[in-house]
Design a protein around this ligand. Structure first.
Ligand SMILES: [Fe+2]
Ligand SMILES: [Fe+2]
Length: 278
């Protein structure tokens, strides 16, 4: 993974027109509720990217290189992930009212996306973004391994590649800000840990909840329903989650001495397995 990238170096590598939605093999996926919830939840979170981008653009004002990339590459690509997943969901489950469920999700989740919740410095925020992109790279990497339907495998493969590339850019921006205003390793570890604890906590719960309520009108969504969904996702993750890649991406901004890195890697991979798929 190169440490240096240039924002103008990567045009959008794929479009929705390239995804053969009309070749979806419906019988392979239509009865799989876990996939309905996983893909719908992912489409909701991705579709809110204009809000995340607005917050980040305000925060990075004056940093021309980062702002240009966020506006011209990152935001359009994240929104495309949302549109592509939405179209897949609507093609396979055409009676589901995506827009109604998404509106409910937005109303509940927007308060969690305030600009005040960003990190205290730009270096820490860029590192926190590396953590988020590590999370999405791992998630779509997992989906690409376990997806039961070929068009879906192709789609999530494209998204996974975008997320890994996003990580590289945020890492590049992190290095620049960390060089200008260095933070101790301890501070970086603390910020990584905080962001890791926040991943998927509220957004996944609210996304699945609103998908459930629109799919089952009149039924109340309980924590136990979410726990059942998490259990299914844990089953996928047990054997197919890209643990090693994830831990390497998380450790990279810490720039640990190589011996320590080598010692920590197997321990953290074991720990990550326990956290992701207990
Ligand atoms: Fe994305
Ligand atoms: Fe991303």
């Amino acid at each position: 993974m190169p440490d240096t990238v240039h924002p103008s170096a990567s045009p959008h590598p794929w479009t929705l027109d390239q995804i053969p939605y009309d070749a979806i093999q419906h019988a392979l996926i239509v009865d799989q509720d876990d996939w309905f919830y996983a893909l719908t939840a992912a489409s909701f979170v991705e579709s809110l990217s204009d809000l995340y981008a607005d917050n980040l653009l305000i925060y990075m004002q004056g940093d021309i290189e980062t702002s240009a990339w966020l506006r011209e590459q990152w935001e359009p690509e994240e929104l495309q992930h949302g549109r592509a997943l939405r179209r897949y969901v609507e093609t396979v489950w055409p009676t589901f009212d995506w827009q109604q469920a998404y509106d409910g999700f937005c109303a509940d989740y927007r308060p969690y996306c305030k600009p005040e919740l960003l990190e205290s410095t730009r270096a820490l925020e860029m590192m926190a973004r590396c953590v988020v992109e590590t999370g999405t790279s791992g998630l779509y990497g997992l989906f690409a391994q376990v997806a039961p339907e070929p068009v879906l495998r192709e789609l999530v493969g494209h998204i996974r590649n975008d997320e890994v590339r996003h990580y590289k850019y945020f890492y590049h921006f992190f290095l620049r800000h960390q060089a200008a205003q260095p933070h101790s390793r301890l501070r970086l570890i603390r910020a990584t840990w905080q962001r890791l604890r926040g991943i998927g906590a509220e957004d996944a719960y609210l996304a699945v909840k609103h998908a459930f309520q629109v799919r089952h009108p009149g039924q109340t969504f309980e924590r136990a329903d979410f726990a059942r969904f998490q259990h299914a996702a844990g089953r996928w993750a047990r054997s197919d989650y890209p643990y090693e890649m994830t831990v390497k991406m998380l450790l990279k901004p810490l720039q640990l001495p190589s011996l320590l890195n080598r010692l920590l890697l197997p321990l953290l991979i074991r720990r990550a397995r326990h956290v992701v798929a207990p």
